[in-house]
Design a protein around this ligand. Structure first.
Ligand code: HEM
Ligand code: HEM
Length: 179
């Protein structure tokens, strides 16, 4: 089984990161929505820590994915080059990458502004990204909430596009599943 990508297929590394991140992101959208309805307290503080830790790992994973794609470029989307479907797929991927960075960063900035240490699995304290301030906290969480809604919309578009291609049988989903 090939690890690297080729001009017309996704290797194991890209596929593992894609599906690992897809599961992680969907779980985090659900967990984030759940905790934002809660009153933070001692009983549920672990859910906040879990959300932050997984979010930071997903941020590291998207950066790793970008570096990996510089080393081993992914295949171009299928379809006629420069065609409408290819352009739409590229735009959706670019939007996904931008949001996969902006969403966890905004959560990190907002959490830093609360004055509570941002920790990785209750073990490693990470440096704060913003001063302790109610204004930064409010703006950061407002941005985090808005960006996550945008992410949900782009994911819906992305999955609809993937399903349309799967129904059309052009091999797009097959090559992301099986290479
Ligand atoms: C890919 C990563 C992430 C996703 C998909 C995600 C998703 C979400 C979502 C959907 C919400 C609910 C927003 C709302 O409806 O207002 C939320 C809330 C929250 N997120 Fe994230 N998040 C991510 C990363 C992070 C990171 C890295 C941190 C901090 C280091 C963080 C801290 C928080 C906190 C503290 C809340 C609760 C805010 C409140 O109480 O209203 N998130 N997240
Ligand atoms: C929450 C989730 C998801 C995220 C964040 C996500 C993100 C991405 C990104 C960034 C790419 C571009 C890869 C590249 O750099 O070339 C991609 C490709 C792809 N995704 Fe997703 N994805 C998600 C869920 C899904 C789901 C559920 C499906 C299937 C129904 C899917 C099917 C595909 C396919 C088939 C490709 C390859 C497109 C091509 O060959 O051009 N994705 N995804």
């Amino acid at each position: 089984m090939r690890l690297a990508n080729s001009t017309d297929s996704f290797g194991l590394v890209s596929r593992a990161i894609h599906w690992g991140m897809a599961i992680g992101i969907l779980g985090m959208l659900a967990l984030g929505t759940r905790i934002s309805d809660m009153q933070p307290g001692l009983a549920n503080l672990w859910l906040y820590s879990l959300h932050k830790s997984i979010g930071l790992i997903l941020l590291a994973l998207v950066l790793a994915r970008i570096v990996w794609h510089r080393i081993s470029p992914p295949p171009a989307p299928l379809g006629p080059p420069g065609g409408m479907e290819q352009r739409l797929a590229r735009a959706a991927h670019l939007a996904l990458y931008t949001l996969l960075i902006a969403v966890p960063l905004s959560g990190y900035v907002a959490s830093s502004a609360t004055g509570i240490d941002v920790m990785l699995f209750d073990r490693w304290v990470l440096p704060p990204l913003a001063p302790v301030s109610a204004a930064w906290e409010d703006a950061g969480f407002a941005a985090h909430g808005l960006l996550t809604k945008l992410l949900m919309a782009v994911i819906l578009l992305h999955v609809a596009g993937a399903l349309k291609r799967a129904i059309g049988g052009d091999g797009t989903v097959r090559r992301m599943l099986r290479g």
